[in-house]
Design a protein around this ligand. Structure first.
Ligand SMILES: [Mn+2]
Length: 461
């Protein structure tokens, strides 16, 4: 539940940024997408711009604004058939109280739009209203003769994204709730994983615990990869069984009130990290903790990524996997053979939340930078993930062109012996405070001693 005051403040802040003297804005929340051949729908995701400004997550609704009349939420009123099949729907007065908005039945949207015929309209949110007008109780989109100004729409949308970066207290409360539910799930996985169990079984136990602890759904498809599967960055769990001596990578997060958490833990299937697992794990953990330690207002996220890359290069050189000085290795993107993604991303209503790149900055096409999803100076209230990793990805490491390019700086014999290693990633959700960082998922165990204590417990049962 979000505070109507926070929601009002968000809308006021956005209106100040928009600075419109005329025209109108329409933000449809989106429609459910049917599953072909059934009378069911895919899981509905409200457009985040609509969810952010209304606090509601209704389908088939539209938020509307004009500088003269302010905001109004047009929401559907269930007819007889809907009441029979899906229930009575939201009560409009209750919706008005919860959102702090003027709420009108969806049927009045067409009149609101007709009244603005000939005016410039910015269309934000979901544009499905233009090709499925009937679902928004409109006879036809074209008959309204509204001029959708693409440039204005893009500017206003960009400003909503900017506004969404710093989370308010309602949002932070939901994100803490999501992180807490994730904590319960990851702890369960750490306590239950045993040799012979499958990735899929582990996923089921983990997600059940998310739901028992308040999750409404998972924020994204859970990633559970054991052995070499851990090197597939977005791996969907399979029936592959967990084997002693291997490690498992779990990247899974609960969603609460539409807000995501995004957490990764990697741990041994046996009671202890063995051999190079321990060295590489400690390296990733050191890199992650150093990056979190550097989070504070004003710090450039890209700088954090580059520093983490350099620490990874340095650690891999210490282990004899890379050769050369760390800065030079990063300049050549050699670290990206083992750490091919960015340090993390913005988090909020979306797992990869809006506003990750400062206006005017575009992603680099460098191998070591192209997957960096955030490039901006951090500010209080921003929530970012910090998720360094080291992987042995066959596709990259057996690519002849790359082996040639990095002939002199990689110990390829050593790498060939590790092609089934899998991967290690450690990921937390970090709220930027006035002076540093508050790690929302920080109480989920990650030190070697904490993890091995839990794994020993799992094996003693
Ligand atoms: Mn992530």
């Amino acid at each position: 539940m979000q505070s109507p005051d926070d929601l009002r403040n968000r809308r006021e802040a956005v209106v100040r940024l928009w600075d419109m003297s005329r025209g109108a804005v329409l933000l449809p929340g989106g429609l459910p997408v049917p599953v072909p051949g059934t009378d069911q729908y895919h899981d509905f995701h409200t457009h985040p711009e609509f969810a952010y400004l209304s606090g509601a997550r209704l389908s088939g609704s539209a938020l509307a604004f004009d500088p003269g009349e302010g905001w109004v939420l047009f929401a559907p009123v269930a007819g007889l058939e809907e009441r029979v099949w899906v229930g009575d729907g939201e009560d409009l007065d209750a919706l008005a109280a919860a959102t702090g908005l003027r709420v009108r039945p969806l049927g009045e949207l067409s009149g609101w739009l007709e009244h603005r015929r000939g005016e410039t309209l910015a269309l934000l949110g979901n544009d499905d209203i233009t090709h499925q007008p009937a679902a928004y109780a409109l006879e036809s989109w074209t008959a309204l003769e509204l001029e959708v100004d693409a440039e204005l729409s893009a500017r206003l949308s960009e400003q909503v994204s900017e506004s969404r970066r710093a989370k308010d207290s309602s949002e932070i409360a939901l994100m803490r709730g999501a992180a807490d539910a994730s904590r319960a799930g990851h702890l369960t996985a750490l306590r239950l994983a045993r040799p012979g169990m499958s990735e899929r079984q582990l996923q089921i136990e983990l997600e059940a615990e998310f739901f028992r602890n308040g999750a409404e759904r998972t924020a994204y498809g859970s990633i559970v990869g054991t052995g070499s599967n851990g090197a597939v960055l977005h791996f969907s769990p399979t029936s592959r069984v967990l084997r002693a001596g291997e490690i498992v990578l779990i990247d899974a997060g609960a969603e609460v009130g539409g807000y995501a958490s995004d957490v990764t833990r990697t741990f041994p299937i046996g009671p202890r990290f063995e051999g190079i697992q321990r060295d590489l794990y400690q390296l990733v953990l050191d890199v992650q903790q150093a990056a979190i330690g550097e989070v504070r207002p004003g710090v450039e996220y890209k700088q954090l990524h580059l520093q983490a890359s350099e620490r990874i290069a340095s650690g891999l050189a210490d282990l004899g996997i890379l050769r050369g000085n760390p800065a030079g290795l990063v300049e050549r993107d050699a670290h990206a053979l083992f750490f091919p993604h960015g340090l993390g991303h913005m988090l909020g209503l979306a797992t990869h939340d809006a506003g990750g790149c400062l206006k005017g900055r575009t992603a680099s096409d460098r191998f070591g930078l192209k997957w960096l999803r955030a490039d901006l100076p951090l500010q209080p209230g921003y929530v970012v993930t910090i998720e360094p990793g080291i992987y042995f990805i066959r596709a990259l490491l057996t690519d002849p062109a790359r082996r040639e390019q990095y002939r002199d700086v990689v110990d390829w014999d050593c790498v060939d012996g590790l092609l089934d290693f899998g991967g290690i990633r450690i990921e937390d959700d970090v709220l930027v405070t006035g002076t540093g960082a508050d790690v929302l998922s920080g109480s989920i165990p990650k030190s070697i001693s904490e993890i091995e204590a839990l794994r020993a417990e799992a094996h003693s049962r």
